[in-house]
Structure formats: C-alpha cells, structure tokens
Write a protein that binds this ligand. Structure first.
Ligand code: FES
Length: 106
C-alpha cells in the first residue's frame, strides 16, 4: 500500500492507501474521490482523469508517452505539471504523492 493524497477542487485532502500496481486513477475511482471520472477506463482516450502533480513529485514520475501529451492538450486547463492519472502506476517510490484535481472536474 502506498499513500496518495488527492486534493479536490474545494481544497479537501483525501489521503488514501492505494494498492501497488493500481494506477492513481484507479485509487481515486475505488475510493469515490470526486472529480476523477475516468470515462475511458484508463485507455488514454478521455482526459477526465487529469491531475496536477505537485512539483516535488513531477520529476520523479515516468515520462509521458506521446499519446498522453496529445490527450492532455484536450484536457481542462492543462499546465506544466499535468498528467493523466491513469498512466501513473502506484509503487513504493510514489509514497506520499500528492495530486490536485482541476476545478472543472470537481
Ligand atoms: S481514464 Fe481516460 S484518459 Fe485516463
């Protein structure tokens, strides 16, 4: 289990223990975190799992694939630290990862 903190658009912190091997998106969906709809089920085809990764963590994550970059271009207010949470696989190395959920998704 790895602790992931989701901050929803109303600034509420949700600290969740997510099983390693799941994605950050799956951890949110399984725990009813509002704002991560994941309409495509993790297929990198919807951008409704878009999150902002806190700076401290951004460079620790595996690099984006081209498909993720393309999909983020269509996300709500993408920023430098945007990622698709369905592409982030939870592991011990990500313990403490904190992500913000964009307001449009909240
Ligand atoms: S769940 Fe659709 S792109 Fe991540």
């Amino acid at each position: 289990m790895t602790k992931i903190t989701y901050i929803t658009s109303d600034n509420k912190l949700h600290e969740i223990d997510v099983q390693n091997g799941l994605t950050v998106m799956e951890g949110a969906v399984q725990n009813d975190i509002p704002g991560i709809d994941a309409d495509c089920g993790g297929g990198m085809a919807c951008a409704t799992c878009h999150v902002y990764v806190q700076d401290k963590w951004f460079n620790e994550l595996p690099k984006k694939e081209d498909g993720e970059e393309d999909m983020l271009d269509m996300a709500f207010e993408p920023k430098q630290n945007s990622r698709l949470s369905c592409q982030l696989v939870v592991s011990d190395e990500l313990d403490g990862l904190t992500v913000n959920i964009p307001s449009k998704q909240g």
